[in-house]
Structures are given as structure tokens and as C-alpha cells.
Design a protein around this ligand. Structure first.
Ligand code: ATP
Length: 304
């Protein structure tokens, strides 16, 4: 009986890990069970990642045919560059990330990575090339160690510590009575939004992907945490092709290119300075956010 129960336990563990991984990815993208199946083409080769150049070529997309979400979206992120997408809620920003990860196929146009249409390569290789720091990181009910190692299960302890250091979360973990063995998640220690996001950053650093997608949290972090995370983001984005789905414009001032998306169309594009000079939608959003952050407004808010 003992001999049998060991492999069964092991299988149970593998099953649990696979299931949790699927749940995590689905939640990460806010996907529901209705998500359409996307299949590998027969004999699809793996994606050959060179620099990690990402192109959207005249991409159209609709979750249901009656309601177009993206219309003729066209952009290129040269290898190692950062592109940020801003726009009103529901404009289709997160949809771009879901399409890049190929949770859905485009309705028109195509998406390529280093010149290869993502529909023509194996999905596992595509997803291995892209690291995602989601809006709301869902941690597994497991140790912090496991949660970071999930980025690359064969990583050594040293590599895991190095990733945690780079994500500025190592000292925090070491300060916990059980250190890396602390159980987190819904049934364990509840981490703050900033701490969770750092665990997600450590996980992504360990995966070391050529392409990085950062879906900025909509929920406000405190200003100090936000500043720290911005700095960390700049560090991990270096030498990687990065797509930032931005909610706060302060995060993306240094992006190589900014797209403003409205009702699924790109209505403006340029650097922060160029867009301010245009005095269009972006400049308007920027002025609004600056006003929100000014102390005078905060004082008024307190008095009210
Ligand atoms: P936010 O800034 O609020 O996160 P967003 O620009 O990222 O918004 P998306 O999440 O890309 O917006 O959604 C674009 C539109 O697509 C929304 O109107 C949304 O309701 C719709 N949508 C998103 N996911 C689905 C889905 N699985 N099925 C049908 N419609 C969806």
C-alpha cells in the first residue's frame, strides 16, 4: 500500500499543479469558460525567438460578431523597445494582450513575433516567450517559494533568491517567521497588492521571457509603492520587448511609443512629448491626471 500511495500522491500533486496553473491563467486574463478553443496547426513549428519584435498588422477583432472591439489596429514594437497603450475603459487594451498570448485568434489582419504569424507556431512555445505581470496576481495556496518557482519549475534555490532580490521582495520574505516556506494565497498569509505584484515580477524574471506584458493594476496602489513598482518595471523592461497596458499615465512617460486607443481604434501615437505637443486626447488625459494628483485637489477632497 505504501509503495502505491507514493506515486498516487505524486500524481495528485501534478494534477493539482496543472489545474491551478490553468485556473491562474484564466483568471489572469479575466477569461470565462466560454473562451473559444484555439488549436495548433498540424505540424506547427515552435516559435523561433530572435529579438522578440512584435507586430500587429491591421488587426480586427470581436468577441462576438455583432460588436467589433478592435478595428485596424496597427503597430510595431521593435525588439527591446517599450510600447504603452492608454485609453478609456473598455477601449480594448487588455484585449491586445489576450490576442498576443493567442487566447483568441484575430478576425482580420495578423500578429507576428519576429516575422512569424503566431497562428502558425506552437502555442506552448508562444506562451513560453511571453511573460505577463497581470493586474491582479492570483497567488496559489502554497509557499512563496512555490509561487516564484512556478515561473520556471526547474530553477535552483539560488536563482529563485536572485529573482526575488531583483524584484525587491527578498528582504520582505526573509523577514517573515517562516521565510520562503510561508504559505500565501486565499488560505494563507494575505499579501498587499504591491507585495503580490512583486512576487509576480519575481516569477516573470525567473521565466526570463523575451517579451513582457505588464497589465497595470486599475486599483490604486499608494503613491510610494507605485513609484517603487515603476522603477522595478523599468529595470525588468530593459532589453525586453515590453507592452504596457497603462491606467496611469505617470507610469509610461518614458515609453518609446504610446498608443491612444478609443473604441478599438488607434487615434493618436507618439512619445509623451510629441503627444503633449499635439494637445489632443492624450494631452487632455494627462492634464486631468495631473490635476487629480495635485495637493490642492487632495485637500479639497479631504474637506469634502
Ligand atoms: P479597462 O481599462 O477597463 O481594463 P480595456 O480597454 O482593457 O478596459 P478590454 O478588457 O480589452 O478593455 O475589453 C474591451 C471590450 O471587450 C469591453 O467592452 C468588454 O466588455 C469586452 N469584452 C472583454 N472580454 C470579453 C469577453 N470574454 N466576451 C465578450 N466581450 C468581452
Amino acid at each position: 500500500l505504501l509503495q502505491l500511495s507514493v506515486p498516487l500522491n505524486y500524481l495528485g500533486m501534478v494534477y493539482r499543479q496543472v489545474k491551478q496553473a490553468l485556473i491562474n491563467i484564466e483568471r489572469m486574463f479575466g477569461l470565462l469558460a466560454e473562451a473559444r478553443e484555439v488549436e495548433d496547426a498540424p505540424d506547427a513549428p515552435p516559435l523561433a525567438v530572435r529579438g522578440g519584435e512584435v507586430r500587429f498588422e491591421q488587426v480586427d477583432f470581436a468577441y462576438d460578431a455583432a460588436r467589433p472591439i478592435l478595428r485596424g489596429v496597427d503597430f510595431r514594437i521593435p525588439a527591446g523597445h517599450t510600447l504603452a497603450v492608454v485609453g478609456t475603459t473598455g477601449a480594448g487594451k487588455s484585449t491586445l494582450a489576450r490576442l498576443l498570448f493567442r487566447f483568441y485568434d484575430v478576425g482580420g489582419g495578423r500578429i507576428t513575433i519576429d516575422g512569424q504569424d503566431i497562428r502558425e507556431v506552437r502555442q506552448d512555445s508562444l506562451r513560453a516567450a511571453i511573460g505577463i505581470v497581470p493586474q491582479d496576481t492570483v497567488l496559489f495556496n502554497d509557499t512563496i517559494y512555490y509561487n516564484i518557482a512556478y515561473g520556471r519549475p526547474d530553477a535552483s534555490r539560488e536563482e529563485i533568491f536572485a529573482a526575488a532580490r531583483a524584484a525587491h521582495v527578498h528582504a520582505f520574505i526573509e523577514s517573515l517567521p517562516q521565510g520562503y516556506e510561508t504559505t500565501v494565497g486565499e488560505r494563507g498569509l494575505k499579501l498587499s497588492g504591491g507585495e503580490k505584484q512583486r512576487v509576480a515580477i519575481a516569477r516573470t524574471l525567473l521565466k526570463n521571457p523575451a517579451i513582457l506584458v505588464f497589465d497595470e493594476a486599475t486599483s490604486a496602489l499608494d503613491t510610494r509603492t507605485e513609484k517603487i513598482i515603476q522603477g522595478e518595471l523599468a529595470e525588468i523592461a530593459e532589453h525586453r520587448t515590453t507592452l504596457i497596458i497603462a491606467h496611469r499615465l505617470s507610469t509610461i512617460v518614458h515609453a518609446d511609443q504610446i498608443l491612444v486607443l478609443e473604441h478599438g481604434r488607434v487615434v493618436e501615437r507618439g512619445t509623451h512629448e510629441q503627444l503633449l505637443a499635439e494637445r489632443g486626447r492624450y494631452a487632455h488625459l494627462w492634464n486631468l491626471q495631473q490635476r487629480e494628483q495635485s495637493p490642492a485637489v487632495e485637500e479639497t477632497a479631504v474637506q469634502v
